[in-house]
Design a protein around this ligand. Structure first.
Ligand SMILES: [Zn+2]
Length: 264
């Protein structure tokens, strides 16, 4: 399972056509903190099904497990916070810099389960940790979109908008970058989504139209997958456009409703 990928793009798009019914399951596992050797019990993913691609988080182009609280690990002692797939994969030569960051973080909450701490508090620590890990703009675009999603889910509209504006800025930058390998059609989808979530529906609809006019291209993908991705994304775009034009089904209203990704 490639959880660490920014987006499992083709899988997410083809997922529209596949149905599978594995429940989302998590199970506990012990992890040793690379900073202070503290033993922590974190959750790891047992199973999930392709239905995750149809949850409302798709309107922010985010999918399980990025949408779920156990994904964001936090050491109970030193408060090292990372994505679950990075916790025991941090580059050794970066540990001193991470230690320095941790020494500057004021976080004194005691907790039994790391999931007691709001996701956004863990994300704020992560933002500082990853700032010393040489992450590129596409990584940060994903990060800020995740941050916007979780602030939205917690009902903190201003913080959510701030994060989404950063995501939008980075996705627009990537769109102009000739070295980017992310399908342009997908970048337009994300740009449109972030515009919609920051109340720019006119801009969102323009980007969606551009996305519909842009062919889905992905390096090393099989022709049939490309065809399905093209159709899958077009289907998503058309649905999104109709929701934006509706009075009470606009995707950004999910924020206020506090609906989570399992809210079906
Ligand atoms: Zn630790």
């Amino acid at each position: 399972m490639k959880h660490s990928l920014r987006f499992a793009s083709i899988a997410a798009l083809i997922g529209v056509f596949i149905t599978s019914s594995y429940a989302i399951t998590w199970f506990p596992q012990e992890f040793t903190c690379p900073i202070d050797n503290t033993k922590n019990t974190f959750m790891v993913v047992g199973s999930y099904g392709s239905y995750i691609y149809s949850y409302p988080s798709k309107y922010q182009y985010l999918f399980f497990p990025r949408t779920d609280s156990p994904t964001f690990y936090l050491c109970r002692k030193c408060h090292l916070a990372t994505f679950m797939w990075d916790f025991d994969n941090l580059p050794k030569d970066k540990l001193p810099a991470i230690r320095k960051v941790l020494s500057e973080i004021k976080f004194s909450r005691q907790f039994k389960e790391y999931t007691e701490i709001p996701v956004t508090e863990r994300l704020e620590i992560m933002e500082r940790i990853y700032s010393v890990l040489d992450k590129n703009d596409s990584w940060w675009e994903d990060f800020y979109r995740i941050k916007g999603y979780h602030y939205g889910k917690e009902g903190k509209a201003e913080k959510a908008a701030e994060a989404r504006r950063k995501s939008l800025e980075l996705v627009q930058k990537e769109f102009k970058d000739s070295k980017s390998e992310t399908p342009k059609k997908l970048l337009l989808y994300i740009s449109a989504a972030m515009k919609h979530f920051t109340n720019d529906d006119k801009g969102a609809l323009e980007d969606f139209q551009k996305a519909l006019d842009t062919k889905y291209v992905e390096k090393d993908a099989k022709p049939e997958d490309l065809k399905n991705a093209e159709e899958g994304l077009n289907e998503r775009i058309k649905e999104y456009v109709s929701l934006i034009k509706s009075a009470d089904k606009k995707p950004r209203l999910f924020d206020k409703a506090g609906a989570d990704e399992h809210g079906h």
